[in-house]
Design a protein around this ligand. Structure first.
Ligand code: CA
Length: 418
């Protein structure tokens, strides 16, 4: 597929993250108006509520776009998702007759405030990168027990908290928690000393289910993908995680990007899974390519310092796809809801430099990472800003995921002070 040309010149510029091929979905406010649905195009946002009110886009289930979330659009189903993209391509494409009327519905991205793009019904986080599972397992249990015996047979996950998901731009405060004492000493309660990031993608479930679904059905239920940074307090996690998995170590915040890239925008970038080391059970078998070629970066900027790109990797290195995770999630009968969010798990490639967490980059703090400005990091420091970036590189165009950024605030002196 080639670049789809728009009459909005900024959408055709080389390297623009939001060409007409993309059309990602966000919620924005501007000029004192209430938050509503918007679609990014070039350096602007299409005010979808205004477009709908002007009668320029009328879809089944209308009105759909005045709410401060995309949940109603997601619930309307894949035929509506496709109809929306088709209509926007007509309205924003070169030579569109309604250009003047559409221009009146455009808002510059500069100056718009971005909000959570959807209401999170539930958040489930997985562990689907083989390299990440091997790295973390090696550090926690030794290389011979690194991969648990179930890992090559099912996508391991746990139920997280919808309430901890926050949109890009919101600061994240270093948490307090209970951590193991040295040797046999009693545990202590204090600020996390090993606060970390996890580079992930989030898949957003756009259709409900009641009972088990196949991988193909699961894929059809997915509305789109966001960048996702799953903040993790490693010292809290290491003490609490056996036998029921992570809990408070993952409870502080999960930052997501403000723009949902719809699955249809990613279709040209579908790629097959890596070779399966053990055959998967039939209910997890893919009917076709279920991964995407999405280049991912992590950048760290110290307070007042300069940026260092600390990881470069790709979503295609994962072992289990979001569709497989969703299919597995429903296999015991769990109902899925519109707005459920599935984290892929940390995305770590095979080589150093492609790891998705500081835990791995610094190998548990033993080999601190060198930053471009001379500093070092074992884990994140107060004042650091972490940026996740994602893009698919097509022929003459890119599909960008927009900003997924958060700054680390120091722990409170006393979290129970009233
Ligand atoms: Ca995670």
């Amino acid at each position: 597929m080639a670049l789809m040309h728009s009459w909005l010149e900024s959408a055709n510029a080389p390297g623009c993250p939001f060409p007409l091929n993309n059309l990602p979905c966000g919620v924005f406010s501007h000029g004192g108006a209430a938050p509503r649905c918007g679609v990014a195009i070039g350096d602007h946002i299409v005010d979808m509520a205004a477009l709908e009110a002007a009668g320029l886009i009328v879809l089944d289930g209308a009105p759909l776009f005045g709410a401060p979330s995309w949940n109603a659009v997601m619930a309307a189903g894949p035929a509506v998702w496709r109809a929306m993209r088709g209509r926007l391509a007509d309205l924003l494409g070169e030579g569109a007759e309604a250009r003047a009327a559409v221009e009146a519905c455009l808002v510059p991205q500069d100056g718009a405030v971005m909000h959570m793009p959807f209401r999170v019904a539930g958040f489930t986080d997985f562990y689907a990168s083989r390299q990440h599972a091997f790295n973390v397992g090696t550090m926690f249990r030794g290389p011979e027990n690194a991969l648990p015996p179930n890992w090559l047979h099912l996508p391991i996950g746990y139920n997280g908290r919808a309430s901890s998901v926050a949109v890009s731009g919101r600061d994240v405060r270093r948490p307090w928690g209970q951590v193991k004492g040295p040797d046999d000493a009693a545990p202590r309660f204090g600020p996390s000393a090993r606060f970390d990031i996890e580079l992930e993608l989030g898949a957003i479930v756009g259709q409900p289910s009641d009972g088990p679904v196949t991988v193909a059905e699961a894929d059809a239920m997915i509305f789109g993908y966001v960048l996702l940074n799953d903040w993790s307090a490693r010292d809290i996690q290491a003490w609490e995680y056996q036998p029921l998995g992570p809990f408070q170590g993952k409870a502080t915040a999960t930052t997501i990007g403000a723009w949902i890239v719809m699955k249809d925008a990613l279709e040209p970038f579908r790629v097959a899974a890596p070779a399966r080391e053990k055959p998967l059970l039939p209910y997890l078998t893919e009917p076709g390519p279920m991964f995407y070629d999405i280049a991912l970066d992590v950048a760290l900027t110290p307070d007042g310092g300069t940026e260092t790109v600390i990881s470069r990797t790709n979503y295609r290195s994962m072992y289990y796809s979001a569709a497989q995770q969703l299919a597995h999630h429903t296999s015991a009968g769990c109902r899925m809801e519109v707005g459920d969010l599935l984290g892929t798990g940390t995305i770590s490639g095979a080589e150093p430099g492609s790891y998705g967490s500081l835990l791995e980059m610094s190998w548990g703090g033993k080999e601190p990472l060198k930053l471009g400005d001379g500093g070092t990091r074992s884990f994140v420091a107060d004042g650091d800003t972490l940026d996740l970036r994602g893009r698919c590189i097509g022929e003459g165009y890119e599909i960008g995921f927009g900003e997924c950024r958060a700054r680390v605030l120091p722990a409170l002196a006393d979290p129970y002070a009233r």
